[in-house]
Ligand binder design. Structure first.
Ligand code: HAM
Length: 432
């Protein structure tokens, strides 16, 4: 590498370039997201990557890890406090209210694909810039059929990525009537244990007790096993709603695991909370200990943003994570590599005619590679090999005068001179 005038050429910590050779995975993921969105009738929405920081602080919760530790917040020159979006839902709801989308048919089904930013400690499946494909069903009423349909759409999407051994974890975290009852029970349970808990959990006891349930710290695990179950504290409406969701899932034959510790890391959720995992194992034996997707119901978020609607449910898939699973479990994308021809010119007369000739071939639907800047045959053949081309079209001085061209099979070296007017057919005949 040449000596750079810039000292550090690394992309920022936890943020990665997506190189040309990786794009086929991303194309596949985007294609399947579009397919599912279309199938279930979700319309695309794109919001700004920057939001006023307050949008997230108020909705995700001031005491959540994301807001407290992970947001990239800065002041613009004009003094606005802006944040790189750490997730999509708050922005979508902000946009829904700002643009009066509640006037469109309800519920409104929206989807998005794009980068999110969280200042986390990078590790496998955890980045500072990552991409989500998210689906939201906003408005209408809080019918459990929407929770089930949303979960189904995400399940079908993961299935289309050919990810095996999927497991759906689900819980209900109640509403503002029943959650305080549970919070009290939980605090009663933990009260005497406080000195034995990690520092974060001692803080959670004061600020956000539900989050005690998803502490990953080893010293806290043993106490989690016997915590009271939130499902035992649900009010009758939440209970009915959760039963409704589970019945729809059963009807769909979508198996699930009740996960009493699943509370999700964002304050805007109520009732349904879910996450998808895979028990597949990478070829090198490592397990994937991260959620591929997560979501839930967020009725209060609509209210917080002043919407006339008061129902929302959604979920998002982590694109880097699904791609990691697809790659490491050697999922076959089923992409047939396209057959390619490489155009080679020799001499000035041929070079002059080459641009328009290549254009004609492309118009006829033939994918053509070339390196027109190179003049020697050997250099152009080397490029053709590098590109793994199947055929070379060799257009030399003689061919240019005779209106012909050589079609050479680069795998076996067999070649034939054909009239220029027939070259499209000749190439198509060779493509299987
Ligand atoms: P979340 O669980 O924070 O939910 O993120 C959703 C998914 O994004 C996760 O399951 C994971 O696959 C991926 N993800 C999260 N953080 C990272 C990271 N640091 N690196 C790589 N991937 C990551 C939400 O963001 C909610 N907005 C989902 C939602 C939509 N709820 C309702 N609607």
């Amino acid at each position: 590498m040449s000596r750079s005038k810039i000292q550090n050429l690394q992309s920022p910590k936890g943020m990665h370039d997506i190189l040309p050779q990786e794009q086929m995975w991303w194309d596949k993921v985007r294609k399947e997201v579009d397919y599912i969105a279309d199938y279930y009738n979700f319309s695309r929405i794109d919001t700004a990557i920057l939001e006023r920081a307050e949008i997230f602080e108020k909705s995700l919760g001031e005491t959540t890890d994301i807001v407290e530790k992970q947001m990239f917040v800065f002041k613009s020159r004009s003094g606005d406090r802006l944040a790189l979006r750490p997730e999509g839902t708050a922005s979508i709801v902000r946009s829904y209210v700002q643009h009066g989308l509640s006037h469109l048919g309800q519920p409104l089904k929206l989807f998005y694909i794009g980068p999110m930013f969280r200042k986390e400690q990078p590790q496998s499946g955890r980045f500072r810039q990552f991409h989500q494909a998210g689906f939201e069903i906003i408005g209408g009423d809080d019918d459990p059929v929407y929770d089930a349909q949303l979960i189904l759409a995400i399940y079908r999407l993961l299935e289309r990525f050919k990810i095996k051994n999927l497991s759906l974890h689900i819980n209900s975290i109640g509403c503002r009537n029943c959650r305080p009852v549970y919070r009290k029970k939980l605090l009663d349970y933990y009260r005497d244990l406080a000195p034995k808990l990690c520092k974060d959990c001692r803080r959670r006891m004061k600020q956000n007790p539900l989050r005690l349930l998803d502490c990953k710290n080893e010293q806290c695990q043993q106490y989690k096993a016997s915590t009271p179950m939130i499902l035992d504290s649900l009010c009758s409406n939440c209970n009915k709603h959760f039963k409704g969701v589970l019945e729809f899932l059963e009807e769909l034959k979508l198996s699930y695991q009740l996960d009493h510790h699943l509370v999700r890391g964002l304050d805007y959720y109520n009732r349904t909370a879910f996450e998808f995992f895979t028990d597949s194992v990478a070829e090198d034996g490592t397990k994937f200990d991260f959620a591929l997707a997560g979501g839930g119901r967020y009725d209060y978020l609509l209210e917080l943003f002043g919407s006339r609607q008061s129902s929302g449910v959604g979920g998002a898939v982590g694109m880097e994570r699904v791609i990691e699973v697809m790659r490491k479990t050697k999922i076959n994308l089923g992409l047939r590599s396209r057959q390619k021809v490489f155009f080679i010119h020799i001499g000035d007369v041929a070079k002059k005619k080459s641009l328009s000739l290549i254009e004609e071939l492309r118009d006829a639907g033939i994918p053509v590679l070339e390196s027109l800047g190179k003049d020697s045959l050997a250099a152009q053949l080397r490029s053709a090999n590098k590109e793994n081309a199947d055929y070379a079209l060799i257009f030399g001085q003689k061919e240019a005068f005779e209106d012909s061209i050589i079609v050479r099979d680069l795998k076996n070296g067999v070649q034939e001179t054909v009239p220029l007017r027939k070259v499209v057919n000749e190439v198509k005949k060779r493509f299987k």
